[in-house]
Ligand binder design. Structure first.
Ligand SMILES: *[C@@H]1O[C@H](CO)[C@@H](O)[C@H](O)[C@H]1NC(C)=O
Ligand SMILES: *[C@@H]1O[C@H](CO)[C@@H](O)[C@H](O)[C@H]1NC(C)=O
Ligand SMILES: *[C@@H]1O[C@H](CO)[C@@H](O)[C@H](O)[C@H]1NC(C)=O
Length: 562
């Protein structure tokens, strides 16, 4: 009897395991999503990751809005020094809770950061010295400028600048410009202007941009907020809002090109919340060809009917357009499914990952349903129709106020999500999401370890703080086998990510002038830094060595003006 029981206890789980294998195999085959894995890193980040950015000290700055009230990170004392007690007014006082944290990638721990004014729906940019510049927000925070300089001793914090913005910047976008560590801040709710931080001349205020007024759908929440900005390699700024786009010379305050309208109906910017990337820039054409891609968004009228609890199917279409040269046409293709509020991230391989978001509705409180649980991978160089694939599903919805970013080891950090205007965990369709996950792309699988470049290090003139434009520098790494194809070298500007847009994100494939390999498998490549700050604005970049599509761990390097 005893033995029989034991035998059954072995057989039954075995049968279940087999069934599970068959069933999950079948599900995987029908939806195609088998590649990649998901990892739960933390149950509680304390703060919703509405905004997220990776610092060059390998920490991640996360922040939300002070207006959300109590978060899940309670402080013992307010920043003013006054104790937070168990009294009811303290339990409800937002200043007794953190609204920003710093996550340490290696230690998995979070520490609270001080915010004095509301950062709700704001924007950001890394400056050339690795300091994060954060601009705007809501209410008392809407004209604020804040800095965070990352450090290794856990002592650094947000600093609010004495200088203010000229206009309210709530739902604005930023781009770091090539010169003088200057950032352009574009748009915002009911604000049809742009401005510079720091200002060009001390007497400057903001500058009108009629394009923003023209593209605004007043009764549909705007549909042109958080405009997509990309710095073209000719030094001009590409601005996309709603369905239209321009090339803008910000030095002369002049629109120099108006591009055709993107087909596919609907709208692409907040609250329709599609996403956009500048495709990898390549040394092969001296970084001259610049192509942008816009994917997903919401159907016309989605915002208006969402108020009544009807969630329209999101857009499936993507457009690609070359913005350099003289011929401009959107080339359209479809994602494997409809999607809004997703993030588009450039992987070290040069492929685009589309992750997070929803299949129906649009951005805003409780405006969406049917989370998009499967990431898509897009290979820009493949022939049309063969570019998209569907990756492994997660079980966690990441819709409004979620974010994602690429980590130096090649994983994707995924966090946040809260369609409610407070932290609510019960009795709502989509509770506040504080779990922190990583998506691990297939390229990190053990089966590729024999191809993976290891022990990457760089050498450049030791007298300087970084690598000057056009300068040569050496990369050393180890590769067990002689490479069968040319090894690739990518550099990646880490973005500031919020509301489906990754500001300042760009990836360049650098030229290697000379590669040698010794008998032991050590390789040295001489790389050429980008030719100018128009191609890659000054600052910290992640350098990755990619062999047959398999990336190394990334190393921080810095490009500077000589
Ligand atoms: C970096 O630059 C910013 C802006 O100019 C400045 O506030 C900050 O102190 C600098 N940080 C470091 C570490 O030098
Ligand atoms: C749960 O939500 C429903 C619908 O919004 C509401 O009627 C009900 O009172 C809520 N229940 C609790 C316990 O909050
Ligand atoms: C290469 O890296 C591995 C771990 O990543 C380390 O154990 C090893 O010591 C390194 N080798 C050299 C020569 O640096």
């Amino acid at each position: 009897m005893e033995d029989k029981k034991n035998l059954l206890s072995i057989i039954i789980p075995a049968v279940f395991a087999l069934l599970h294998f068959v069933v999950s195999g079948a599900v995987g085959a029908s939806s195609g999503g088998r590649k990649g894995t998901w990892q739960l890193l933390r149950q509680n980040t304390g703060v919703v990751a509405m905004h997220m950015a990776l610092t060059n000290r390998n920490t991640v700055i996360i922040f939300d809005q002070t207006g959300a009230g109590p978060s899940r990170y309670r402080l013992r004392r307010r920043y003013s020094g006054k104790r937070c007690t168990r009294a009811r007014e303290d339990l409800e006082d937002w200043s007794c809770y953190a609204h920003s944290v710093e996550y340490n990638i290696d230690g998995h721990n979070v520490r609270s950061l001080r915010l004095d004014t509301d950062t709700w729906c704001s924007s950001g940019t890394f400056l050339s010295n690795g300091t994060l510049l954060q601009t705007g927000g809501h209410g008392s925070g809407s004209q604020k400028v804040r800095y965070f300089s990352p450090c290794s001793n856990g002592q650094c914090n947000w600093r609010q600048s004495k200088r203010s913005l000229s206009d309210d910047r709530w739902y604005a976008s930023n781009q770091l410009l090539p010169e003088n560590d200057r950032v352009i801040v574009v748009g915002g709710r009911r604000v049809f202007s742009y401005e510079f931080v720091p200002k060009l001349h001390s007497s400057d205020r903001s500058f009108n941009l009629p394009f923003l007024r023209k593209t605004n759908n007043k009764n549909a929440g705007g549909n042109n907020l958080y405009p997509f900005l990309h710095l073209s390699s000719d030094g001009n700024l590409f601005i996309f809002a709603n369905r239209d786009s321009i090339l803008f010379n910000y030095r002369q305050h002049k629109v120099i090109k108006t591009f055709p309208r993107i087909p596919g109906g609907g709208s692409r910017n907040y609250p329709s919340s599609g996403s956009s990337v500048i495709l990898p820039l390549n040394h092969e054409d001296r970084f001259r060809k610049v192509e942008v891609m816009v994917c997903g968004g919401a159907a016309s009228g989605a915002y208006e009917v969402a108020e009544r609890g009807t969630f329209l199917k999101a857009l499936s279409s993507c457009g690609r357009m070359v913005i350099s040269g003289n011929r401009h046409k959107w080339k359209m293709e479809n994602m494997p499914g409809p999607r809004t509020m997703h993030d588009m991230l450039i992987l070290p391989t040069g492929h685009i990952l589309i992750i997070n978001g929803a299949k129906r509705g649009c951005a805003g409180w409780n405006n969406a349903a049917t989370p998009s649980l499967q990431p898509y991978l897009y290979k820009p160089k493949k022939t049309l129709g063969k570019r998209f694939s569907v990756l492994k599903s997660t079980k966690i919805a990441r819709m409004y106020h979620s974010s994602a970013l690429v980590l130096p080891d090649g994983r994707i950090l995924v966090a946040g999500g809260n369609p409610n205007n407070r932290y609510i965990f019960r009795n709502v369709s989509y509770p506040t999401e504080l779990r922190l996950q990583a998506f691990i792309p297939n390229y990190m699988d053990r089966q590729y370890h024999h191809l993976r470049p290891g022990n990457v290090s760089t050498k450049y003139r030791s007298s300087s703080d970084g690598i000057a434009y056009g300068e040569e520098f050496a990369v050393q790494f180890w590769l067990g086998r002689r490479p069968s194809k040319e090894v690739e070298y990518s550099v990646y500007a880490p973005p500031f990510t919020t509301h489906s847009i990754s500001m300042n994100q760009r990836l360049l494939k650098l030229r290697s002038k000379n590669t040698v390999r010794d008998k032991g498998g050590w390789m040295v490549a001489v790389l050429e830094a980008p030719p100018s700050p128009n191609v890659a604005p000054p600052g910290y970049y992640l350098l990755t060595v990619v062999n047959e599509g398999i990336p190394s761990l990334s190393q921080w390097i810095r490009f500077i003006h000589a």
